[in-house]
Design a protein around this ligand. Structure first.
Ligand code: 5GP
Ligand code: ZN
Length: 113
């Protein structure tokens, strides 16, 4: 079982910011910003490339982006944040369970793109 599935099953503790039947959102163990929350669908997909059916993609993205606004409210980052997804090795993904990073609490002056 992957590390995020263990967090979902509460086998590994985490600092949960928001959860519902489809997603769990918890603080990253190595924060890259003052607010760094991982938004993780409960259903295991290795990465976004596995969201090949419109049904899977629709369900996951709907759940993730509904959670985004909840996490922003709860972390006081409604004034702005970044959402990041790293996909597979070349994209810098290190945990092979699809997830999105919400980064905030600072002003991002350097733009990636
Ligand atoms: P990725 O590199 O796959 O895009 O993001 C994985 C993230 O998971 C990293 O930012 C890393 O710090 C975080 N992470 C890895 N293991 C754990 C853990 O056991 N608990 C928490 N809260 N975060 C973790
Ligand atoms: Zn998993």
């Amino acid at each position: 079982m992957c590390i995020f599935c263990k967090i979902i099953d509460k086998e590994i503790p985490s600092n949960i910011v928001y959860e519902d039947e489809d997603v769990i959102c918890f603080n990253d163990i190595h924060p890259a910003a003052p607010v760094h929350v991982l938004i993780v669908p409960r259903k295991h997909y290795d990465d976004v490339m596995e969201l090949t059916s419109s049904e899977d993609a629709g369900k996951v993205l709907h759940a993730v982006f509904c959670a985004v606004s909840k996490v922003a409210e709860r972390t006081g980052t409604q004034d702005g944040f970044r959402i990041v997804n790293n996909c597979r090795e070349k994209g810098g993904q290190s945990v092979m369970h699809v997830h999105f990073h919400l980064l905030g609490g600072t002003v991002f002056s350097e733009k990636i793109i």
